[in-house]
Structure formats: C-alpha cells, structure tokens
Design a binder for this molecule. Structure first.
Ligand code: SF4
Length: 371
C-alpha cells in the first residue's frame, strides 16, 4: 500500500552475554566474537542499504539500536553499522540516535567510536545498583559495573538514560529508593522505571509455577512507582510518560514517536515495522502481518497510546477523532468522572491514578472503536 514516510528506525540486535531470568525478548546468549554475530550485522547493513536505495530512510528523525545487547556485538560491528547508517541516511546531530548498552560490555573504546560515528544517546540497562537484586534478576553485571558504565558513558555523552526495575522479589522499598537516589546523584539525563512482570516462557515463570519464586506484589510495585515519581519530581525530572522521566530537553524522541502514531521501520529479527496511511495501519514482524487496523481502530489506538504520555490529547485532536469514534466523548467524560484523566490547558491528560489503573483507561479508549 502507498504509505506515509517512516520517521523512526529501529534496529534489533538479538544477542546477549547470557539470558536474564525474567527476559522474554528475542535474544540469545552468544559468546562475544562469535561469527554468527558478524554475519548478522552484514545482513543488517545490507537491509539498511536496501531501504536507503528505496528512499525509505529519507525522513527518519530518530534511530534506536536496541536488543538484546547491541554493545555485546563489539566495537567493529557497531562501528560498521553506524558507518552504514551515516552513508545511507541523514545522520545529522538533529537526528536522535540511541544505542542500548549493558554495563558489562560497555567500554571506553566503544563509547568513543559510537560518539564519533553519530550516536548521540546511550541507554544503559542498569536495572538496579543493588548486587542482591541484580543476582536475583540473573543480570551479567554488578553495581560496580553499572557505576563504571555510567561514568564512561557520561565522559562523552550528555544524553545518558538508564533503566531501573521495581518490584523484584527480595527488593525492599529502601533498596529501590536508593537506586533512584543513586541515579539522581549520578545526574543521568533520563530514567525509565518498569515494574517487573512475569512473562510466559521465562525462568521466572517456571520458578513461580514451581513455588520457588513469589509473584511480584502489584501494591508494592505501585508504592515503589509512586515513591520514584515523588523523588524524581523533587529532583527536577519531568515524568513525561508513564514509565519515563527526563531532565529538561532530554525526553526520548524515539519513544515519543512510538506513542504518537508515527510510522516506523524495523530492521532485524523480530523488529516491528509500522506502515500506515490515512486509511490503514499495519504492523509487520518477520514478514508476518501482526496487526491490521482500519481508520476507526487507528483513531482509537492513537487515543490510547497518547494517554501513556503526560501531555495526553488536545481537545482539537479529540474533536477530529470523534468524527470516527462517536462514543469517544462519552468515554472521556466517564474517565474524567473516575479520576483517570483530567481536563487541563485545553487537553485531556492522564492522572497518576489513571496510569496506575492503566489497563482500565487504555481498554476503555480502545473499546471506543467498537462501542
Ligand atoms: S540483557 Fe536485556 S535483552 Fe539480554 S537477556 Fe537480559 S533483559 Fe533480555
């Protein structure tokens, strides 16, 4: 189908040094330097050149190299990939170019090479600074590695993001709050905070079934999310998305694209491409269509995605969407009455309660397509 230009590019690197106990991402544990990693990067580069020749990268505004663990692929592969991007599309400083890194594989050489070749944002999978929590999660790094990686990253990049996790079995509120305080003290520009979820086909799921691991307590997780929101607000971070906090000027433009209905192209195993025009939105993964929405379903999905963001949706956007979703205004009125959203500055914005009851809020908006 004729489609709107892609504005975001995601590149997936499905290799890690080992497999974390909670992880259900598409990735496999692989020795660093394995020939299969080099071959995979050659394929990625071929695909990028192909997309470039077809004109599909001409409007890309954000690039995200994620995984897996891109930094596990080593300096040579990452440098080749970034070089190929530099000659295949406009990789100017205005283009946000993020690379995901894990503490155990981030080296000074890698940081310098990535910076020189156009990356301008590093996202480090820290999860915690507490060694006990990291051991429970089955992570390959310890707290010391996390500190070292952040210091190396900040030596070159001002835009450094870290992920933290809450509600891990054995993690106390004190330990989690200390993680948040450490992140603040280190001055990272962006912090993402996720509650642990037990996904099917993971070691954690098997341990829960065998009675060896307690399921995360949702109330404890909600308390931790609230505590982090408070600490980060006091430290000057803005919560611009349900799980994302940024110092001024450091909101992730790539993640924002995902929540704003911006078309994106994915490269690599299991990477999703979202192709759309005014009538249709399709998501394709490994050559299979995994989602096919008409204009009505798209409008409902856009409303739902927008409520992940603190800015919510403008009255004008709602008015336009309501032409396709006649019940939308009633759904929003009800959500206001339930305290899930508020009317503020000409917009409907999610409340903290709305985010805590996210499934209810997002579900109601998606249902507006079928009511
Ligand atoms: S490092 Fe990330 S992608 Fe790799 S196994 Fe752990 S959680 Fe999964």
């Amino acid at each position: 189908m004729g489609h709107d230009p892609y504005r975001a590019l995601y590149i997936h690197v499905p290799f890690c040094v080992s497999h974390c106990a909670y992880c259900d991402f598409t990735t496999c544990a692989m020795e660093a330097g394995a020939p299969v990693i080099d071959e995979y990067f050659e394929q990625l580069i071929s695909r990028i050149r192909e997309l470039s020749r077809a004109g599909e990268l001409a409007h890309i505004e954000t690039v995200y190299i994620g995984g897996g663990t891109p930094t596990h692929a080593g300096a040579k592969n990452l440098a080749s990939l970034l070089y190929a991007l530099g000659v295949s599309m406009r990789l100017s400083p205005e283009v946000e170019c993020s690379v995901e890194a894990n503490p155990e594989s981030l080296t000074e050489r890698l940081v310098n090479d990535m910076w020189a070749l156009g990356a301008n944002r590093l996202s480090i999978g820290v999860q915690s600074f507490d060694d006990d929590v990291l051991r429970t999660l089955g992570r390959a790094h310890d707290g010391k590695d996390a500190h070292r990686a952040i210091a190396i990253a900040q030596g070159r990049f001002d835009n450094v993001s870290i992920d933290l996790m809450c509600g891990v079995p054995g993690q106390t509120p004190k330990s989690f709050e200390q993680d948040v305080r450490t992140a603040i003290d280190l001055g990272v520009a962006h912090i993402s905070i996720y509650p642990l979820t037990i996904e099917e086909h993971t070691l954690f799921a098997r341990m829960v079934r065998a009675g060896q691991l307690e399921e995360p307590d949702e109330d404890v997780q909600a308390d931790m999310m609230e505590a982090s929101a408070r600490l980060l607000r006091q430290a000057g971070y803005e919560r611009y998305e349900v799980a994302s906090y940024a110092r001024e000027g450091y909101q992730s433009r790539h993640n924002t694209a995902y929540w704003s209905g911006v078309p994106y192209v994915g490269v690599g195993t299991s990477a999703t491409t979202m192709t759309q025009n005014a009538q249709r939105r399709m998501r394709v993964q490994d050559g299979q269509v995994v989602d096919d929405l008409d204009a009505v379903e798209m409008a409902a999905e856009d409303m739902m995605l927008a409520m992940r963001m603190a800015r919510g949706v403008s009255f004008a956007e709602v008015e336009r969407a309501a032409l396709l979703l006649p019940r939308l205004n009633a759904v929003l009125d009800r959500a206001c009455a339930q305290g899930l959203i508020v009317r503020e500055d000409g917009r409907f914005k999610p409340t903290e309660w709305g985010w805590l009851c996210g499934n209810e809020l997002y579900g109601a908006l998606l249902d507006s397509a079928t009511l």
